[in-house]
Design a protein around this ligand. Sequence first.
Ligand code: SF4
Length: 237
Amino acid sequence: MIIGNFYELFGQMVFLAGILIICLLLLTLILGKLLIKQDRLIFPKVLLLTIDLFYGPFKKFSGIIGLDEIIVDHIGVEVRNKVNENEFKSIDPQDNLLILPHCLRNPHCKAKLEESGLVCVKCNKCVIGTLKKNAEDMGYKVFVIPGSTFLKKIVEQNNFKAVLGVACYQDLNLSMMKLAKFSPQGVVLSRDGCFKTKVDTKAVLEKLGCSDHISADEAKINALHSCSKDKLSEKSF
Ligand code: SF4
């Protein structure tokens, strides 16, 4: 009898917990959509807690109710960008890292892959050289990496306080999750994949703190040069 009551109570508690989790996931989706569509951030800690704690189930749940699973990563990136924005800006670029994905490189890139990633020589054939130059001029350390194993090494081998990354939604969200204590900021690839990907250069430069130097026309081009000391030049490629 006592055992029977225990199982009944246990079953009720599991059921209740399931209902609560579903409510939490739905609330996170609603608040996340509000953030994406209206730029309104409400209960950021709840959003991050749900995404961090229920990442896998949350994606499955989103798929079950007919949403693209990537919505979870989208919300995660947006929340972290908002939450960390001011802290990131307050940190000296000398203490910051910029991490770029090597899939952005030009197909004819001659740069070598070493332990720390791709050693871009800034040949100006792709956006990596441009971003690297601008970021390094400001004091950032820049890494161009093929995957998360390189990221782990970079984190272990460098002293830094903040990080700005570029990647697809899923990689970006997972990396920002892992690097949560470094006030991460992220820019999502505008075309993802394994090769010939694209990123909004202006968005990255703005995150770097170069936006003051971008004129309207210059901002449109997908390749910009020096912004740390001088106004951006008119060169493009
Ligand atoms: S700018 Fe750097 S990454 Fe791009 S093609 Fe040249 S060496 Fe390769």
